[in-house]
Design a protein around this ligand. Structure first.
Ligand SMILES: [Zn+2]
Length: 341
């Protein structure tokens, strides 16, 4: 059971725009499976996360993710690369990592990544990798040693020693880059270029179209990114056709992978919007627009993202094989390569 209801508006968007586009086999490369109990903040009941992650989606299991996918993309078989939700410190990292590993084991081709912070010792990391079979790492900018989650560099929130472990074991690093200009930031580009060259067996995935919610960041960065052979991209939560177009064209479609950012982002009603050099989440409850002249209801973030993926695919006239790669084959091969190492 999920808390989701499919309205006539959702059903129409799926039927008229998306059903034909989404292939029968899907590999979702960016999914959060977690339990609210791993958030150790004593004030969590009054925190900004409480309603959504404490009440509505307090336990994000494989079963719940399956049920959400069955409602939103009926008839598709979905495998996933999952990792915990990055609760800020204090977070029960070991508990969250054990939970996601157990959930991922329920599907043969699914896998998990380990939530890491720079304070973890090599021994702790290696032991957890061996114990749970994680295929890589999920660092997050909350855990920056600088205390600044907005302007931190990659190695501020993921130690180079952890990157070296990923390199030695051929593992995946799910990277949500920080900074105001995201992937267009010169320091981020230089760091990524140097780190991916120094650690060539680490497999980087830049989340959210390299955190380019509209086209400008990718337009600035793509010519340098496409030179990096061990970097891939996920499309999770990006809702703009121009961003997808910049990604498909800029880095090459064969490096791009579908992802939902469930749970919960993909299943929330709303959309990431952009203006100027900004991006923000627009939801049913955080605006005061007058919408009396039209059908003002919102659909799922996932559907807005799939619409953007489809329109950009149409612009480039992607073949069925390329679309199949986008939704499944590239991700399945990447996970397989990390597993086989
Ligand atoms: Zn995410």
């Amino acid at each position: 059971m999920t808390p989701l209801t499919i309205t006539d508006l959702d059903a129409r968007i799926w039927r008229e725009e998306l059903d034909e586009f989404v292939p029968s086999q899907v590999y979702d490369i960016h999914t959060h499976l977690y339990s609210w109990r791993h958030n150790l903040d004593p004030q969590k009941a009054s925190s900004g996360y409480a309603k959504l992650l404490g009440e509505q989606f307090a336990e994000a299991t494989t079963e719940l993710a399956d049920a959400c996918d069955a409602q939103l993309m009926p008839g598709r078989s979905v495998e996933r690369l999952s990792f915990p939700f990055p609760f800020p410190h204090p977070c029960d990292f070991a508990g969250a990592n054990a939970f996601v590993a157990e959930q991922a084991r329920m599907r043969a081709a699914s896998a998990s990544l380990m939530l890491v912070h720079p304070g973890l010792s090599d021994d702790e990391v290696e032991r957890e990798l061996d114990q749970h079979g994680h295929l890589g790492f999920k660092p997050y900018r909350w855990y920056s040693t600088t205390g600044d989650a907005v302007n931190c560099r990659i190695t501020d929130f993921m130690s180079e020693r952890q990157i070296a472990i990923a390199d030695r074991r051929g593992l995946i690093i799910m990277m949500h880059v920080s900074k105001r200009d995201a992937i267009a930031d010169e320091e981020n580009l230089r760091d990524l270029t140097e780190l991916s060259a120094s650690y060539p067996n680490a497999k980087w995935i830049l989340a959210h179209c390299a955190r380019s919610y509209s086209a400008w960041a990718l337009e600035r960065a793509a010519s340098r990114l496409r030179e990096l052979p061990n970097v891939w991209y996920d499309t999770s939560s990006v809702c703009e056709t121009d961003a997808m177009d910049a990604l498909y064209q800029g880095v090459g479609c064969d490096r791009v992978m579908y992802a939902s950012d469930d749970i919960p982002v993909g299943v929330l009603r709303g959309k990431y919007i952009t203006f100027g050099y900004a991006w923000a989440y627009l939801s049913e409850t955080n605006h005061s627009m007058s919408l009396a002249h039209c059908d003002g209801r919102m659909t799922f973030t996932r559907y807005e993202q799939l619409r953007a993926m489809r329109r950009a695919a149409r612009r480039l006239n992607l073949s069925k094989t390329q679309i199949q790669a986008l939704f499944h084959d590239t991700a399945a091969s990447l996970v397989q390569a990390a597993r086989a190492h």
